[in-house]
Design a protein around this ligand. Structure first.
Ligand SMILES: [Zn+2]
Length: 203
């Protein structure tokens, strides 16, 4: 049976989203047929606005409405400590703990040879740019909080080497144990994350 082109296009779009297979994509698309047109227009508008009304902060690369982002602009945040995460959602998870008073750097991914993601595909150069040359920096510590996965660990090792080469005055640490291996930071609860920050170890 041939399904209408408009439905088919929508199904294909849904299937591009993570965790959505063909069955779910079909179900969502047919479901939307029952939603009032005005609501659908709203939905479409939100999709259009997503990229149009957000920017990446030119300091930390986090998603923001303004550049620099509110965290980088906040005079109460300790600019000499940078916590490095894979994704913007990880920033939200750490912020929920209320325990971290430094600033962030978002890599937007992790090194993954299997997926053809090398150091140049994520925001590593931008981080090295913030570190500066030996001695000429106000930074005291970089906390690497990539996920405890194979990719996250590989990225942490790579970063540690590069950061130390760029500036040996800065202490490089990695989040402590507590987060289960293979898990994503964004799913860790606040207690676990707080313990992981407090139990960070020197790399
Ligand atoms: Zn920022």
């Amino acid at each position: 049976m041939k399904i209408p082109r408009a439905l088919n296009d929508l199904i294909e779009s849904f299937q591009k989203l993570p965790g959505i297979g063909p069955k779910t994509a079909q179900r969502l698309s047919y479901y939307l047929l029952h939603v009032p047109e005005s609501e659908l227009e709203n939905f479409a508008q939100h999709l259009t606005n997503l990229k149009k009304n957000t920017v990446l902060c030119s300091v930390c690369e986090n998603v923001s409405e303004s550049d620099p982002c509110p965290i980088c602009l906040d005079p109460h945040r300790e600019k000499e400590i940078i916590l490095v995460v894979e994704q913007p959602l990880d920033v939200l998870a750490i912020e929920r703990t209320g325990k971290f008073k430094g600033v962030y750097h978002v890599l937007h991914g992790a090194i993954s040879p299997l997926d053809n993601i090398g150091p140049d595909e994520i925001f590593i150069d931008q981080l090295l740019g913030r570190v500066g040359k030996n001695g000429v920096t106000k930074l005291s510590e970089i906390i690497i909080a990539t996920n405890p996965t194979m990719e996250g660990d590989a990225t942490a090792m790579y970063l540690s080497k590069k950061l130390k080469a760029a500036n040996d005055k800065i202490q490089v640490t990695r989040l402590g144990m507590g987060i289960p291996t293979g898990a994503d930071l964004e799913y860790a609860d606040e207690t676990t994350l707080t313990q992981a920050i407090e139990g960070r170890r020197v790399m």
